[in-house]
Design a protein around this ligand. Structure first.
Ligand code: HXC
Length: 261
């Protein structure tokens, strides 16, 4: 355990995987300013910890996260939200994490909770998990990537339908639509997410970081630029000792021993 107990998140490490558990059950893990700060501090700690190779973000059994904190949001004015760039810290903070971040979702991930899951690199979900962007019911719109990332994940028609109605997407449909990588029986999601992190963690860490950066870059640029960026970093991997080791190990029919260099 790395974090103090007054934090709104709980952090542990299993098999070299940092597990960050949102822990504000009384408000259904609503993303208050303090919860966001605690989450970002924990993510950065895990990112900077050489003993950690991947990070899992999870919530409770019945809820992942009910979104932005409505008590806090109802006080907000346009001027306050605009001048403080409300919620930009969450998106920018998660974007800056170099290690793979896996969301393990049980129960509902609504509003900012769905957006938080989409900021992660991979989503695993329990078979009764639910995803939704209910902001329209509050007289607002998704503000942390919902209108941008959902369309990339599931396409325009489905994203538009969810965002304009506040309807909920079941885990089964989320998996079919491509929002979620895999679904599992509810009780197995966290273990499967940790296993996934551990599996990824057994590869060369610089290679994993480069691959993650390339995949995320695809959302930012044109295909031509993205292909160029990918090719350059692919070329750069030939400067890694791990690349020589991986190819030599293949030729010698043995397991590669990664030195992470
Ligand atoms: C603050 C919240 C909350 C939220 C729930 N609570 N969601 N508090 N912000 N987003 C509080 C309730 O007020 C209640 O407090 C306690 O948590 C339990 O809530 P219940 O409704 O009794 O729990 P449950 O039956 O589990 O139903 C949960 C729910 C419902 C279906 C998620 O609470 C709900 O619809 N919440 C709002 C979801 C939402 O609209 N999210 C989008 C937010 S906008 P008390 O004190 O009464 O016990 C958003 C903008 C995007 O996210 C910005 C990006 C970050």
């Amino acid at each position: 355990t790395i974090m103090s107990s007054d934090s709104l998140v709980f952090v542990s490490a299993v098999d070299g995987v940092g597990v960050i558990t949102l822990n504000r059950p009384a408000a259904r893990n609503a993303l208050s300013a303090q919860l966001i700060d605690d989450l970002l501090v924990s993510l950065r700690k895990c990112d900077g910890d050489p003993a950690v190779s991947a990070i899992v973000v999870t919530g409770g059994d019945k809820f992942f996260c009910a979104g932005a904190d409505i008590q806090e949001m109802k006080q907000l004015t346009f001027v306050k939200a605009y001048t403080n760039n409300f919620l930009a810290n969450l998106d920018n903070g998660i974007k800056a994490i170099a290690k793979p971040v896996i969301a393990a979702v049980n129960g509902y991930a609504f509003g900012g909770g769905c957006e938080l899951a989409m900021m992660c690199d991979i989503i695993y979900a329990g078979q009764t998990a639910r995803f939704g962007q209910p902001e329209v019911k509050l007289g607002t719109i998704p503000g942390a990537g919902g209108t941008q990332r959902l369309i990339r994940a599931i396409g325009k028609a489905k994203a538009m339908e969810l965002i304009l109605t506040g309807d909920v997407l079941s885990a089964v449909d989320a998996e079919k639509a491509g929002l979620v990588a895999k679904i599992f029986p509810d009780g197995e999601v966290l273990k499967q997410a940790i296993d996934l992190g551990a599996r990824i963690g057994r590869f060369s860490q610089p290679v994993i970081a480069i691959a993650k950066e390339c995949v995320n870059h695809a959302e930012q640029v044109t295909l031509e630029e993205g292909l160029h960026f990918e090719r350059r970093l692919y070329h750069a991997t030939f400067g890694l000792e791990d690349c020589k080791e991986g190819m030599t190990a293949f030729a010698e029919k043995r397991q590669a021993q990664w030195g992470n260099c």
